[in-house]
Design a protein around this ligand. Structure first.
Ligand code: TPP
Ligand code: MG
Length: 326
């Protein structure tokens, strides 16, 4: 088992709790009717996205999905700008015109958030090819779900990335469901990771709730990409602990499955690792309290901010705005 140094572990813990507290806050606001937007909870998947972002440099590129809160906040989008975008306000990363499904902030490498299942993989290849051509040393990580692994673009992208040795990390967050369909009902391959061999690519399945498995796999994949040795497919096993989107019924998820998810919850597991590494409970609680204060201020700011005005309609659509009267 590869050891993780304390500073790295603290960083991963901080990012994980930032993702979790953002998720809890968002669901509370929705529950109270204070906001009304689409939100895809990442409860149960916090560690995967947080560790993945910790394995990257700030300049590295990320492509994620509608369930991308973890990548977006853990990569470092300023929290007030993230909330501004989600709530459709001018203070957002896209001036409130993208919303939760289209969060973009190139200043921290969040290049695309897409709602089109599987479309992120070929886009990641494009970003990685640009980096390869420029020789800028950047790695591109694309996060997607188990369901996305059955989209044509997945197969095309893996083949092309391996052929051209593109600096990409394909991170499949296998949360056991594609919308309302369980893994076994949409896929007969025992693993997604095993498909990498079909393209001559390195592929590994890890327990995404166990930092001691997840971290070495992420580090090896990023190092391989950075060294020009090509892409890696990582399948991180995790659980979607909520319905597909906030408010969606999830009574179709069997009770024993729900119980298994509770046992495998990444948060108590990570806290135990932290305690094993001699972090005190007080220090861990203080990290969370600081995150909560930051989120509370960001939410207040976003709620008070203005939505974009009608003059914004034609701006940011074309590079040169069309001179067409509304
Ligand atoms: C091309 C395409 N087909 C279908 C949909 C409808 N759809 C939205 S989310 C989703 C499930 C995707 O599951 P998965 O890839 O496992 O991601 P998860 O939601 O579990 O993170 C589907 C089928 C879509 N958005 N895009
Ligand atoms: Mg899924």
């Amino acid at each position: 088992m590869a050891d993780i140094d304390r500073a790295t572990l603290r960083d991963i813990y901080t990012r994980t709790m930032k993702v979790n507290r953002t998720d809890e806050t968002f669901r509370a606001l929705l529950m109270q009717g204070k906001v009304a937007v689409m939100y895809y909870s990442v409860r149960g998947q916090e560690l995967v996205s947080a560790a993945a972002m910790a394995a990257l440099d700030r300049a590295d590129y990320v492509v994620c999905t509608y369930r991308g809160q973890g990548e977006q906040t853990a990569k470092g989008i300023p929290i007030a700008r993230w909330w501004g975008e989600c709530l459709g306000k001018v203070t957002g990363t896209c001036k409130g015109k993208g919303g939760t499904m289209h969060i973009t902030d190139p200043s921290v490498g969040i290049m695309v958030t897409t709602g089109v299942v599987g479309s992120g993989l070929p886009i990641a290849n494009g970003l990685a090819m640009a980096s390869q051509n420029r020789g800028d040393g950047r790695v591109t990580l694309v996060s997607f779900g188990d369901g996305a692994a059955n989209i044509g673009g997945f197969h095309e992208a893996l083949n092309m990335a391996q052929l051209y040795k593109l600096p990409v990390v394909f991170l499949c967050q296998n949360n056991r469901y594609g919308e309302h369909t369980a893994y076994a009902d949409h896929t007969d391959s025992p693993t997604i990771a095993g498909r990498a061999a079909g393209y001559g690519m390195a592929g590994v399945r890890v327990d995404g709730n166990d930092i001691h498995q997840l971290w070495p796999a992420l580090q090896a994949a990023v190092a391989r990409a950075r060294a020009g040795e090509g892409p890696t497919l990582i399948e991180a096993m995790c659980y979607r602990m909520m319905g597909h989107f906030f408010g969606a019924d999830f009574s179709y998820m069997p009770k024993d499955h729900l119980a298994e998810m509770q046992r495998e919850d990444p948060l108590p597991k990570l806290r135990q690792v932290m305690l094993d590494y001699q972090f005190t409970a007080e220090e861990l609680d203080r990290i969370v309290a600081e995150i909560d204060a930051e989120i509370a201020a960001a939410v207040d700011q976003a709620l008070a901010a203005d939505p974009p005005g009608p003059e914004e309609l034609r701006i940011d659509v074309y590079e040169t705005p069309l001179a067409v009267a509304l």
